[in-house]
Design a protein around this ligand. Structure first.
Ligand code: ADP
Length: 503
């Protein structure tokens, strides 16, 4: 099969979160199963800064955006260590900016225009490059209009007629909502602006377009697939997701072994695997403590957190337990950026607990790897977590995760209890109620088990021995691409053109 991936970020070109890791890995994993794949990304300033080899394809696109025509150019690169082409859509007016979606905590005001341009450019470039996809694999709101474009403006475009679409929800909380006067920017008929299609409480919703019009839907864990069909976690789209439950699957993300296995990471003080973990991890921990200006002590448990400083990630719970935790003989290292109130919290903790807490309030890929390798415990008390990659990276590095029982976290971590310890399945600690007391009781369990070095070593080993490579998940996606092909009914596009109101 021939699969075109479309995403708004992808490693190693541009990254703000887990979506980039998936977009940089899954096309290659699917290619390794014998399919032709490629990836489309916007050509942000970060892409140029990444110093990757970009070749001009010579293709110039003329994209209608509202009443204007915007010129775009297409550059080509490869995913590292592969033949998978990456097509980068360049338009400096939209993408040569600090930040991918916004700057200093504010979304760019022209995000609707930017991502209408990107999505139409992807479709036009796919046709012009004669890629002839069987399936467009779209990811999150920035690509949500593509399934609808395929059934409307582009249904007769040569080369796109037989393309189906899969839409993957990486985080339902970000929906791409714009005021209704942006409908003409999309080039779509006003007839689509109704509650069964693009309209969401008076606004234009890119996410909803993907959910309504894609042939099939996935999200990034089975538990999150169930959670988003409930009112509590459905972000207002649970009814629609329940309607489409037969087309919705949950597939857990994998780990990119080349970049996230401690066997391969060049930035580590010492590389290690499950056989050499005690020595290798000790070296990485000592390096990290030194780097952070903390006492170099192997005996003290080193807690860590990496990620967006956002309420989603459970920072209010962490704020409530931080002092209780730091009253013990522990160290805490945090890498992240986000909400100013959490920046303030962390600065205050560093100030109050010199020699115990270190925070790097910025984005550093190298440091993310070094922390995963050097820490003992990874804190991930997310209120909700579609999949979560950091707990997987922690498991791969022998860093024991502490997670809230939600989404992909509960699907990937096995809680410590006498039974799971005895049969060697335990890999981390799970708490069920999203309260600071529940989190604290779990941290007490962590401190207890830390004191039992043999049990801790078993936990580390079973986490490292679990296979989270992309191969299995990529196979599941391939099954879905096949199913989409089987299900596609050519007359559907015809029906839609006659009645733009009905999906
Ligand atoms: P989300 O996609 O919700 O942000 P995930 O756990 O799925 O959360 O993925 C986050 C990814 O982003 C991980 O690869 C993590 O290492 C990375 N990351 C997040 N914040 C930072 C940061 N400040 N510096 C480096 N990497 C970061």
């Amino acid at each position: 099969m021939n699969i075109v991936f479309v995403a708004s970020e992808g490693v190693p070109f541009a990254k703000t979160g887990g979506l980039a890791d998936v977009a940089g890995a899954l096309p290659r994993a699917v290619a390794e199963l014998g399919h032709a794949t490629c990836l489309f990304l916007p050509c942000y300033r970060k892409v140029w800064d990444s110093k990757r080899d970009l070749a001009a394809t010579g293709l110039t696109l003329r994209i209608p955006v509202g009443s204007s025509t915007v010129l775009g150019h297409v550059f080509e690169a490869r995913l590292p260590d592969s033949d998978v082409p990456v097509y980068l859509i360049d338009e400096p007016g939209y993408f040569d900016r600090e930040g991918l979606y916004g700057h200093l905590g504010h979304d760019f005001e022209d995000n609707c225009e930017r991502f209408v341009f990107f999505q139409r450019a992807v479709l036009e470039a796919t046709a012009a490059l004669n890629l002839r996809p069987d399936v467009f694999h779209c990811n999150d709101w920035q690509t949500g209009l593509i399934p609808l474009y395929l059934r409307s403006l582009y249904k007769d475009t040569p080369g796109l007629e037989s393309a189906g679409s899969l839409f993957t929800i990486h985080n339902l909380a970000y929906q791409g909502l714009f005021w209704h006067w942006d409908v003409p920017v999309t080039g779509l008929d006003w007839g689509y602006f109704n509650h069964r299609a693009l309209e969401f409480h008076g606004k234009l919703s890119f996410m909803k377009a993907g959910l309504v019009f894609a042939d099939m839907l996935t999200t990034v864990s089975p538990t999150y697939a169930r959670e988003i069909q409930t009112q509590v976690q459905g972000a207002g789209l649970d009814g629609l997701l329940r309607d489409r439950r037969d087309d919705l699957r949950g597939i857990v993300n994998g780990i990119e072994e080349r970049s996230w296995s401690p066997r391969n990471e060049a930035m580590l003080a010492e590389r290690y695997d499950v056989e050499t973990v005690s020595k290798g991890k000790a070296a990485c921990k000592a390096w990290l403590q030194k780097h952070a200006g903390l006492p170099v002590r192997p005996d003290v448990p080193l807690f860590a957190q990496i990620g967006r400083l956002d309420p989603q990630k459970g920072w209010d719970l962490l704020a409530e337990v931080a002092e209780r935790l730091l009253a013990h003989d522990v160290q805490l290292i945090v890498l992240g950026t986000g909400h100013p109130k959490y920046h303030n919290l962390l600065e205050a903790l560093v100030h109050r607990h010199p020699g115990k807490v270190w925070a790097h309030l910025g984005f550093s890929d190298d440091l993310a790897h070094q922390i995963e390798a050097g820490a003992d415990v990874f804190l991930m008390p997310s209120l909700f977590e579609p999949c979560g990659l950091n707990q997987l990276y922690s498991l791969a590095h022998g860093t024991v995760p502490v997670v809230h029982a939600t989404g992909g976290l509960v699907d990937t971590v096995v809680d410590v209890n006498p039974q799971t310890i005895a049969d060697g399945r335990a890999t981390g600690f799970i708490f069920h109620e999203p309260t600071s007391n529940a989190l604290w009781r779990t941290l007490e369990r962590v401190l207890d088990v830390w004191g039992d070095r043999k049990t801790w070593a078993r936990l580390v080993r079973s986490g490292m021995s679990t296979d989270w490579s992309w191969k299995q998940s990529a196979g599941r996606y391939v099954d879905l691409y096949r199913e989409i092909q089987r299900r596609r009914r050519p007359q559907l596009a015809q029906t839609l053109s006659e009645d733009p109101v009905l999906p």
